[in-house]
Design a protein around this ligand. Sequence first.
Ligand code: PGA
Length: 253
Amino acid sequence: MSSRKKIVAGNWKMNKSLQEAKILAEQITNQVNEFDEVTKIIIPPFPFLETVKQTISNKPNFYIGAQNCHTNSSGAFTGEVSANMLHSVGCEYVLIGHSERRQYFKEKDADFILKIKEALKNNIHPIFCIGETIHERKTDNHFKVITEQLTAVLKEFSVEEFSKFILAYEPVWAIGTGETATSAQAQEMHAFIRSIVTDIFDSSVAANVSILYGGSCNAQNAQELFRCPDVDGGLIGGASLKADDFCKIIFSF
Ligand code: PGA
């Protein structure tokens, strides 16, 4: 039996003011019943973490996550935020390897390894994101790319460390484009990711890791995606900015 949780994470990216962030977090928590068993992770911009944390503080199964952390614990790195700072504001998750970090900030496997080590050292669960571009899929390289992205990073961690991970499959061609992977494409890749985790660790490790789908997941398509046996939930961008849509996604299991 696997111990996988159902998870919905909302990546707000670089959106909202402090006032709007507070209202959105309140609207979400007000709609969700305290007995709802889905793990809900709100991932606002850094300056709103503490306010959102306060808003969710008495709500069961709500957590906050950060969108990034630095490779070092402290020091002269103007403009950066470390994992121990995130821990000190009550952050329990952090996104690592998001395609926007790969594309716009040129982050590489070596950065992800250091960032994940920092996160783990501070009791923060990494949500490690992987995904292929449209060119890589069209040239039939998607399985190869995913294998490389996973292997380069996972081989640096022990089974015990990996047990703290969440994985997120986010095809780059689906992020913010309105084009979603079909449930067949998502299931095929999630099962493949589990097979790679089996190769690196073993089958029980693979059976226990939660793998989220991300990329234009919304209130209309979440149910079909979440029905796939290897899809354990969603990493939601655009649709996490509207309380009604995000809550519908939470209720889609
Ligand atoms: P999207 O973003 O839902 O807006 O496509 C997903 C993500 O980038 O995590």
